[in-house]
Design a protein around this ligand. Structure first.
Ligand SMILES: [Zn+2]
Ligand SMILES: [Zn+2]
Length: 370
């Protein structure tokens, strides 16, 4: 059951995506054919387009897809044709991390999500009309296309009454920010949380911190309008690091104690170094932003030894996507996780504009609708 699809193809490191007709091959037993309805654009799509991670080009990127299942392979039990699904990170299901309930730390997370090929047989699902191979299965999906053969582990069924363009990006950005707070940092009611960088991931963390019951929620960003949005979504304070000293400000807001939980989405070494100084005793600084391999941060370890503090990295919110994403969807339906306030929609032919608006900050979360 092969078919033709319209897709955005990355062919040139750093260059614009081109809209092309591609051939999508037969469904494998462990895949579902999904008709995409919407797909978020995430920072990781841009850095893979730009060659920071080694997905071979040409490639169809896109890893925040949502759509409707049209067919399932013989081995797929979790969904049936007609089901609405959000697509998330692929994982093997067999390694120690997967079996231990931590699939986002899967032994083969890299090849399964960035390899551009099926890990089982090395094939790609996509070709041009001339027969040129195009990388598929980006995050098990390659969702910048009208249809995809999706790895079973990426499928997350959700109720059919949820507007897919409002929740498509729960599969990566929202899972990353909200999961870091709700699954990993777990701030106690009444605690203080700071979120460094108020992009989509940071704002997801702000919304989740409110859900968790944190009473001091500090957002930082270089753009004041982002800080205003963060406050609408639950931040109690906003800090613009271009105007004030972040460490002094965080200390002042927390009565001199420092912040209990700080989540950094920027991955800028100088920012992380400062944030470590703004932690409370027993505080935790966690990183979810992506930096190039080899990036280092020098932390003070003399005086800060007495604080008993923690630095950790978190992937995809340490989520079990099939469990966590439906929880976020339910919070969204209750109005407690109003992620649709971040969205601006674009047609597939305007995808390069969507990337530009994401990079410039004009749009918090571009969502492609098909
Ligand atoms: Zn695994
Ligand atoms: Zn992402």
């Amino acid at each position: 059951m092969s078919t033709n699809v319209k897709a955005a193809v990355a062919r040139q490191v750093g260059g614009p995506l081109s809209i092309e007709t591609l051939h999508l091959d037969d469904l494998r037993p462990d895949e579902a054919r999904v008709r995409l309805v919407a797909s978020g654009v995430c920072h990781t799509d841009a850095i893979v387009r730009d060659g920071v991670y080694p997905t071979p080009q040409p490639a169809v990127l896109g890893h925040e897809g949502a759509g409707i299942v049209e067919a399932v392979g013989d081995a797929v039990r979790s969904v049936q044709p007609g089901d609405h699904v959000i697509l998330s990170t692929a994982h093997c299901g067999d390694c120690d991390s997967c079996k231990g309930g931590e699939p986002m730390y899967c032994d083969v997370l890299g090849p399964m999500n960035f390899g551009g090929r099926r890990t089982a047989d090395g094939s790609t699902a996509l070709r041009t009309e001339d027969g040129e191979e195009v990388s598929s299965h980006f995050f098990g999906q390659s969702s910048f296309a009208t249809h995809a053969n999706v790895s079973a582990s990426s499928l997350v069924p959700i109720p059919s009454d949820v507007p897919l363009e409002s929740v498509a990006f729960f599969g990566c950005g929202m899972q990353t920010g909200a999961g870091a707070i709700l699954n990993e940092l777990k701030p106690e009611a009444g605690s203080s949380v700071a979120v460094s960088g108020s992009g989509a991931v940071g704002l997801a963390a702000v919304m989740a911190a409110r859900v968790a019951g944190a009473t001091t929620i500090i957002a930082t960003d270089l753009h004041d309008e982002r800080l205003e949005l963060a406050k609408e979504l639950g931040a109690t304070h906003g800090i613009n690091p271009s105007k004030v000293d972040v460490v002094e400000e965080m200390k002042a807001i927390t009565g001199g104690r420092g912040v209990n939980y700080i989540l950094d989405t920027t991955a800028i070494p100088a920012v992380l170094q400062q944030l470590a100084d703004a932690l409370s005793i027993r505080g935790t600084l966690a990183l979810v932003g992506a930096a190039e391999a080899g990036t280092e941060v020098p932390f003070e370890i003399g005086g800060s030894l007495l604080k008993g503090w923690t630095f950790k990295t978190i992937i995809e919110g340490s989520a079990v996507p099939q469990r966590f994403i439906p929880q976020l969807v339910e919070l969204f339906q209750q109005g407690r996780f109003p992620a649709d306030k971040l969205v601006k929609t674009y047609g597939l032919e305007d995808i390069n504009q969507a990337f530009e608006d994401s990079a410039s900050g004009a749009t918090v979360k571009p969502v492609i609708v098909y």
